[in-house]
Design a protein around this ligand. Structure first.
Ligand code: PLP
Length: 382
């Protein structure tokens, strides 16, 4: 079955009891067992829930995996992966990563005696040179947040496996519509389901997908032991969002590409970061590993300072000033003061997150309206 058909039908069997075409939301916290010590399919909601299981079945199919796990947030999903490591081991992550992942690695994970190193993942030589005998996990994002850098996932998988490491890919920006990292050799794919999977800014969730049962068992054990599972209502909302995932991502990506070209032509814009632009340094790799589109996220740097960028993001009317991304409504933000504020300021600038950087999450509104909105916001700031 094609992706779009699986998004609607896999994990969404008709309800056997009533014939309802939409599955019920199972709220039960506990389940009656056939006998003492004789366990049924579900026993307790942290360990498993039918509504969550339906979503996990869909996610595994869409990402070409065997198994998936749904979490209470994207951060909970990433944290679960880092808990595969023990004290004395270390994680090597790309530099262009979500600010919350940076904070998790540098302020929580390292407290458990796990080493944390960052290296530019789009520079494969630099990345490989940063691997030490303690490294166990390579963690990348492609496209990266917020600079839209592109990392060659297949090449990273080759490097990771040659050094005996696991490769985890945060594919939140790409979604399984555009990139399926497991097909490119990654071991774990992660999504903030809060974003495109949910798609409507009304659910917080995360997901891991793997193609290896033993790895799934280890991750499931950690998730069940630590408890950050996705709730039934969130699971339902995510499953519902996924039914239109492909249509939304393809249309929003088309609009993002048009807006990137529009911004490129504005001389108040110093730089546009969008992998669909031919002069983007990762364009060729993106064209290879992204399937029929370059995503609906784009960043641009204005030819102005922190205050000018602040003025632009505070002047849009359709683009709403908010962190998060991936929903039907367009959002705008200033990474230096918002999504990436938890970076050490020197690290932030060193990693290219300039004060004049602006990040857009392009939604489903008419592209003409979005263009006009950006123009009036730029006019009011310059
Ligand atoms: N990864 C990326 C790329 C993100 O943009 C985010 C959130 O913005 C996360 C992970 C964290 O996900 P959540 O907010 O669902 O915990």
């Amino acid at each position: 079955m094609e992706f779009r058909t699986r998004a609607i039908h896999v994990g969404n069997r008709r309800d056997a009891e009533t014939g309802a075409v939409v599955r019920p939301i199972h709220l039960a916290a506990t389940y009656v067992q056939p006998g003492a010590g004789d366990w049924g399919r579900f026993d307790y909601a942290r360990s498993g829930n039918p509504t969550r299981k339906d979503l996990e079945t869909t996610l595994a199919s869409l990402d070409s995996g065997t198994d998936a796990l749904a979490f209470s947030s994207g951060m909970a999903a990433i944290h679960c992966v880092t808990m595969l490591l023990s004290s004395g081991q270390s994680v090597l992550a790309g530099t262009d990563i979500y600010g919350g992942t940076y904070r998790l690695l540098h302020k929580i994970v390292d407290r458990a005696g796990i080493g944390v190193t960052l290296a530019p993942a789009h520079d494969l030589d630099a990345l490989e040179a940063a691997i030490t005998p303690q490294t166990r996990l390579l963690w990348i994002e492609s496209p990266g947040n917020p600079l839209l850098s592109i990392t060659d996932i297949a090449a990273c998988a080759e490097i990771a496996h040659r050094h005996g490491l696991l490769l985890g890919v945060d594919a939140t920006f790409a979604t399984p519509v555009l990139t399926r990292p497991l097909e490119l050799g990654a071991d774990i794919v992660m999504h903030s389901a809060t974003k495109y999977l949910g798609g409507h800014s009304d659910v917080l969730g995360g997901a891991l997908v793997v193609a290896d049962r033993a790895l799934y068992d280890r991750l499931y054990f950690i998730q069940n032991a630590t408890g950050a599972v996705m709730g039934p209502l969130e699971s339902f909302l995510c499953s519902r969002g996924i039914k239109t995932l492909e249509l939304r991502v393809r249309e929003q990506s088309r609009s993002a590409r048009q807006l990137a070209q529009f911004l490129l032509a504005d001389d108040r814009v110093a730089r546009v970061m969008y992998p669909g632009l031919p002069d983007h340094p990762g364009h060729e790799i993106a064209a290879r590993q992204m399937d029929g589109g370059f995503g609906a996220m784009l960043s641009f740097e204005i030819a102005g300072d922190f205050a000018a960028a602040k003025k632009v993001v505070e002047s849009t009317r359709l683009f709403q000033l908010a962190v998060s991304l991936g929903a039907v409504e367009s959002l705008i933000e200033q990474p230096a003061s918002m999504s990436h504020a938890s970076y050490d300021p020197q690290d932030r600038r060193a990693h290219g997150v300039a004060d004049g950087l602006i990040r857009l999450s392009v939604g489903l509104e008419a592209v003409e309206d979005l263009r006009a909105d950006l123009l009036q916001a730029m006019d009011s700031a310059f």
